[in-house]
Design a protein around this ligand. Structure first.
Ligand SMILES: [Zn+2]
Length: 127
């Protein structure tokens, strides 16, 4: 089962003002993590089978996909949470902003305001 969580974060402009924000996180239970891992494993092993007819390159592609499949599936299985997005108001320009985050991103994270291009830091907790 997939559950969506929200956590309080702070959005700070450089060394200046701070605004509250919301971090949206997806949490996966054990069954869902296993399903995602098997999907990843199947995808990479299907790529290995599909790359067999590729002349010369199959000497690298087939073993590469066969080895990468279990490694990436294990990483998917170990990932209990994935960051989704961050919401908040930019302290520099006062406009509502939304950041798409990579699942493997870690807070504190430096980024830029998509509206005014100010340097922003996303961090846990409100200050
Ligand atoms: Zn801004």
């Amino acid at each position: 089962m997939v559950t969506h969580e929200q956590h309080a974060i702070s959005v700070r402009a450089g060394e200046g003002a701070t605004r509250p924000g919301i971090l949206c996180v997806v949490r996966y239970d054990k069954n869902e993590r296993m399903r995602r891992a098997l999907k990843t494993l199947g995808f990479f092993w299907a790529l290995a089978v599909a790359s067999v007819p590729v002349v010369i390159a199959h000497f690298v592609l087939v073993p590469g996909f066969l080895i990468a499949g279990p490694f990436l599936a294990f990483r998917k299985f170990k990932a209990e949470t994935a960051l989704e997005k961050a919401l908040g108001a930019c302290p520099a320009c006062d406009k509502e902003i939304s950041f798409a985050l990579e699942p493997a991103d870690v807070l504190p994270k430096w980024t830029y305001c998509p509206r005014c291009n100010a340097s922003l830091q996303l961090a846990f907790g409100r200050k």
